[in-house]
Design a protein around this ligand. Structure first.
Ligand code: ATP
Ligand code: MG
Length: 265
């Protein structure tokens, strides 16, 4: 893992260039450019309604961009069918998990592999996923809807792994989880990156954890990138310390919430 991004090179895995996206008249993304290097973790921070989820949806093909370009592994993917983008090696763990509640844990994982025909490799990847999340192995025959919120988050991540992605988009994986589970999830995110070399674009409300785990970070506000830097440098910036890390110098005001707390549903 590199500790910071250098100038743009054509070995970037994901390149988002001046992308705009909207829901009817509501402009959610207003000209965003970012890039992710192979085998790196990049975090995307920003307050509620900034457009983080919309940006991930635009990258994964759920939302069609109105303007701009997106390339993955050097190929243009803007506006392609989401299944095709998954097949190219880019997987999305959506906000709020979205597991199939009436399917078993095992069936949910197999849904993650629906684009694949390499049965032997899928079987191997299932075991790797169960290795990361032993609790899912124990509950493989249980309906996913009966899992706890944390276990459902694990299932959503494991399901994304089953498409054998080169890169994973993760939308608030720690949402609604206890501090202990949040630590566990971050540990696994790091392992998936470190052991398997998968790149991760991580949207997080836990800026402390995200800035520790990631190499590079972007701050999105009102549909625009307002700040980007290595996470080491972002952690030193006064605005980030005050608004995202809840650290005001002299500590007069105590912790200030930069995001309204959401529950995972
Ligand atoms: N399905 C939708 N239809 C219309 N507007 C939407 C839709 N989804 C999001 N928006 C609007 O787009 C903007 C960006 O929303 P988005 O969900 O991408 O923000 P976010 O940064 O993910 O916020 P949060 O931190 O609360 O998850 C907001 O103004 C939001 O109200
Ligand atoms: Mg969101």
């Amino acid at each position: 893992m590199s500790s910071q991004q250098t100038s743009s090179t054509n070995d970037d895995l994901l390149v988002v260039s001046s992308v705009e996206a909207a829901y009817g008249p509501i402009k959610a993304i207003r000209g965003v450019s970012l890039r992710v290097k192979p085998q790196s973790i990049v975090t995307l921070l920003g307050p509620n309604g900034a457009g983080k989820t919309s940006l991930l949806k635009t990258i994964s093909g759920v939302l069609e961009p109105r303007r701009g370009g997106i390339t993955f592994c050097g190929e243009a993917i803007a506006g392609l069918d989401p299944a095709r983008i998954v097949r190219m090696g880019l997987s999305h763990v959506p906000e709020g998990r979205e597991v199939f509640p009436l399917l078993s844990v095992h069936e949910n994982l197999l849904m993650g592999a629906f684009t694949r025909e390499d049965r032997d490799a899928v079987a191997r990847d299932l075991e790797v996923a169960y290795g990361y999340f032993p609790v899912l192995a124990e509950r493989r025959h249980q309906d996913a809807g009966l899992l706890s919120g944390g276990q459902q988050q694990m299932l959503a991540i494991a399901r994304a792994l089953l498409s054998n992605p080169q890169m994973i988009l993760m939308d608030e994986p720690s949402l609604g989880l206890s501090p202990k589970l949040t630590k566990e999830i971050f540990e696994i995110i790091r392992r998936i990156n470190g052991e398997q070399g998968k790149s991760i674009l991580l949207v997080e409300q836990n800026a402390h954890m995200a800035l520790q785990a990631a190499d590079y970070g972007y701050v999105l506000e009102n549909g625009r990138i307002v700040l980007e830097d290595s996470c080491d440098r972002l952690r030193q910036k006064e605005d980030i310390r005050e608004f995202y890390l809840g650290m005001k110098q002299q500590g007069v005001r105590g912790e200030r919430r930069w995001k309204k707390k959401k529950t995972w549903r």
